[in-house]
Design a protein around this ligand. Structure first.
Ligand code: GTP
Length: 308
């Protein structure tokens, strides 16, 4: 099953940087060496089993944008599953107005050729905004962009390649493309129950994006509900884990070692990160002190067949 993802936005807004970090495991420090994308760079990423992401990184220079919206219009905007439009938070007038015009034309083209596509807007390079002002600026930008999107429903995220926000946004994006995400969560809940785990999280193997968790998405941080009071769970834990593990994997590869699994036994909790299937890793977090690490690992081994 192939899902087309359009990555669009002005030149220099950071599209290729985020793609190279998420899908090619490049560190943020190397992104400044990336040249401008010429026309469209297409990539196929096998994401989960038979789900293939067909990523179209569309160079943002005006000449290319004009061509996408005229001669290449039906090629670019047909069969789109998700369009991600990246806005540089630092962009000022008159470039901003021009960028918004392009964005609206992209929305119009999507309405014509892929009317069911989801639209994600990334207010990117948030690291350039002073920390205390980020929330207010993001809220203001979100309102502006929602207004510019008229009756199209959009999801807006503030992102930066220098922190975990990038992983949060991209996990949300790919989640809309995974056909059985709800089902996976249900199985993870059963598995968490069987392990007496506070939480179980499933990650995609190469990107380390979160595919599903055992927590109930309706209640903020809560599986099982009574554990929340005793073990306050950090709302940023998913994207922080993606970011940290990716950095750790990069360190391993610099030492020419391959990353396989990770175990942590702390006084408060035990965590095991191990391969679940060919394309996934699972993280099991247990606060119950009587549960042995070996038992968690055995449970993961036993559950593998179910998740293949
Ligand atoms: P085109 O290929 O011309 O469409 O540009 P692009 O959108 O692909 O931009 P690219 O990824 O090449 O990034 C341009 C510059 O922005 C690079 O120097 C990156 O290092 C920088 N950049 C990307 N993301 C961030 C970010 O989150 N914060 C900051 N401060 N800089 C970033």
């Amino acid at each position: 099953m192939k899902k087309k993802v359009l990555l669009m936005g002005a030149s220099g807004s950071g599209k290729t940087s985020m793609r190279s970090m998420i899908f090619s495991n490049n560190p943020a420090s190397l992104t400044s060496r990336l040249g401008a994308t010429i026309d469209v760079e297409q990539n196929h990423v096998r994401f989960l089993g038979d789900l293939i992401l067909n990523l179209w990184d569309c160079g943002g220079q005006d000449a290319f944008m004009d061509s996408y919206l005229t001669t290449q219009r039906s090629t670019i905007f047909s069969h789109v599953g998700v369009m991600i439009y990246v806005f540089d938070v630092e962009m000022r007038e008159p470039e901003m107005s021009k960028d918004l015009d392009y964005y609206q034309e992209c929305l119009g083209s999507l309405a014509q050729f892929s009317k069911d596509a989801s639209v994600f807007l990334l207010v990117h390079k948030m690291d350039l905004v002073r920390e205390g002002e980020r929330a207010a600026i993001l809220l203001k930008k979100t309102k502006e962009l929602e207004k510019e999107s008229r009756d199209v429903s959009v999801k807006v995220f503030g992102t930066s390649i220098y922190d975990e926000t990038l992983y949060k946004a991209w996990s949300n994006i790919v989640n809309t493309l995974i056909p059985n995400a709800q089902n996976l969560s249900k199985h993870l809940r059963k598995f968490a129950d069987a392990c007496s785990a506070t939480e179980v999280i499933l990650f995609e193997r190469t990107t380390f994006l979160v595919i599903a968790t055992s927590s109930n998405p309706d209640s903020s941080d809560s599986f099982p509900p009574d554990t929340v009071a005793t073990h306050a769970l950090d709302p940023k834990r998913y994207e922080r884990t993606s970011e940290l593990i990716k950095a750790f994997k990069q360190s391993c590869s610099r030492l020419r070692e391959e990353f396989h699994s990770l175990e942590m036994e702390l006084s408060e909790f035990t965590a095991v990160l191990d391969e679940m299937t060919k394309n996934t890793y699972v993280l099991v977090v247990v606060h119950n002190p009587i549960v042995e690490t070996a038992a968690i690992k055995m449970n993961i081994r036993m559950a593998r067949r179910k998740f293949e």
